[in-house]
Design a binder for this molecule. Structure first.
Ligand code: AMP
Ligand code: ZN
Length: 474
């Protein structure tokens, strides 16, 4: 089965494949480890995990790198506030991040490089740019990338140089960057300042520390080579971070950098942007403290198309709970002796049996909303075809588990009782399909399914991002 995905660089749906025929070389911009990651960050990391799992489920081996940003303005400033060394401080948040990833069933990357431990590679890359006239030392002791010397600048974001006034965060203009030739040039190396304290490294341009953008160029090329297959980060990273990564890398090597890019859109909470001041910046711990499980959160984070904004609500977690219970119940019927999904072993791909349409949706631009809709439509069909034949059950189970591996669902949580009316399977499947149709903004299909539910005597009520079912008479 081919795996197609829209490429931010070309705007086209393109095939995902390893250029070397061996393993798909895949880089994700990792967390800045200065506090707990929030559920928005985890939307991006979970979609990236869904991407990797889908590739592996259709038989593509991967080599996945996700860095740790453990040196930048935020980590330095916050470590000083906490009275800890940069290492002590970032180690503590790295451990927390790794524990959260594990709870959310994110596959561990093959490499998780720390930016601090790769400063020599970053200095070497900056030196190549200086040698080629693409970078220069400013009067303030910092080294800057000369955007005017890289004509391809803007090819990812579609922004031309003249349009580079300032992004929403004001990131182009930094008060402490007074040594630049041009306002749009960006820092590769930041000269040491007193407020940086002991956080300084020697370089050919004097003491200082690397800029954020160069970290990802240097680490990704170190582990994956100068040209590699796929690069991803949240949509806010398209500009300037990824644009700058392309300029630094292609400027230095003269070769294409990453071939295929994808960017999950941001998570919003109850219709609003997440922010500390609104008090809606939730962590995994906050979700668990309200009685929900990491798997329920994972389900919410993968449902919906990754290029559509996802609106997180508490109702959506309730809907996730009921969907997961339905899947758990199905699996228990199929295989009463094993309580958790078994990850596939070996690299052969025996196919997905009746679940093939589910995988086809995932492999078609990572359409998880449609894939979940198809999955719930197939459940009653699978149940009615269940026989006592152990071979038939084993095939059904193997395909089901492969699909669950792609979604990253283990279905091993102890059952939580929902206080709700007994809803027949067939009705639940229709309601779930309608919910997924809504997620993919297929309003016509959602309306048709609402009609079908009504014809069976059920009313579906939408409550923000969740739904409830009641008897038409009741
Ligand atoms: P950071 O730790 O801030 O460097 O971000 C880690 C990842 O989370 C990056 O890929 C960001 O683009 C992504 N991200 C940040 N905020 C959100 C959000 N609200 N929704 C989805 N992804 C986000
Ligand atoms: Zn990055």
């Amino acid at each position: 089965m081919d795996f197609l995905l829209q490429n931010t660089l070309s705007g086209l749906k393109e095939k995902v494949f390893p250029a070397d025929g061996e393993a798909l070389r895949f880089y994700c911009c990792g967390p800045t480890v200065y506090g707990p990651a929030h559920i928005g960050n985890f939307r991006t990391f979970t979609i990236q995990d869904l991407f990797r799992r889908t590739a592996e489920a259709v038989g593509i081996r991967t080599c996945h790198v996700r860095n740790l940003t453990d040196v930048d303005d935020k980590t330095i400033r916050e470590s000083q506030k906490a009275g800890l060394s940069l290492k002590e401080f970032t180690d503590q948040w790295t451990r927390r991040f790794e524990a959260d990833c594990k709870a959310l069933n994110l596959l561990e990357p093959h490499h998780s490089p720390s930016a601090v431990l790769h400063i020599p590679q970053q200095i070497e890359l900056i030196q190549r740019l200086v040698d080629k006239g693409l970078a220069y030392k400013g009067q303030d002791g910092s080294v800057y990338f000369r955007i005017s010397a890289f004509p391809d600048y803007g090819k990812l974001s579609g922004l031309c140089r003249e349009g580079l006034v300032c992004n929403a965060d004001g990131r182009l203009h930094s008060e402490d960057e007074y040594g630049k030739e041009d306002y749009s040039d960006f820092a590769l190396w930041k000269g040491w300042k007193e407020e940086d304290g002991p956080n300084r490294w020697e370089s050919p341009w004097g003491p200082g520390r690397p800029g954020w953008h160069i970290e990802c160029s240097a680490m990704s090329m170190h582990y994956l080579g100068e040209s590699y297959d796929v690069h991803s980060g949240g949509v806010d990273l398209v500009f300037p971070h990824h644009e700058n990564e392309i300029a630094q890398s292609e400027g230095a090597t003269g070769k294409p950098f990453a071939r295929h890019w994808f960017h999950p859109t941001h998570l919003r909470v109850e219709g609003q942007k997440m922010s500390k001041s609104l008090g809606n910046l939730y962590t995994l711990d906050d979700i668990c403290a309200k009685g929900f499980s990491p798997e329920e959160l994972r389900y919410v984070l993968i449902s919906g198309h990754f290029r559509q904004p996802l609106n997180f609500t508490w109702d959506s977690l309730h809907a996730a709970r009921s969907a997961l219970q339905r899947l758990q119940k199905f699996r228990a019927k199929l295989c009463p002796n094993s309580s958790a999904v078994q990850d596939p072993v070996g690299e052969s791909v025996p196919g997905f049996g009746i679940w093939e349409p589910v995988m086809e949706s995932l492999a078609d631009d990572l359409n998880a909303a449609q894939a979940l809709g198809r999955l719930f439509t197939l459940l009653p069909q699978a149940e009615s075809s269940l026989s006592a034949d152990p071979a038939q059950r084993a095939t059904l189970l193997e395909g089901f588990d492969r699909v669950m591996f792609a979604f990253g669902l283990k279905l091993d949580a102890p059952a939580v009782q929902e206080v709700s009316v007994e809803v027949p399977e067939e009705v639940r499947a229709l309601a779930e399909e309608r919910w997924q149709a809504k997620q993919s903004r297929d309003w016509a299909k959602a309306d048709t399914l609402r009609g079908e539910l009504a014809s069976k005597g059920w009313i579906v009520k939408d409550a923000k991002d969740g739904y409830s079912l009641s008897h038409a008479a009741g």
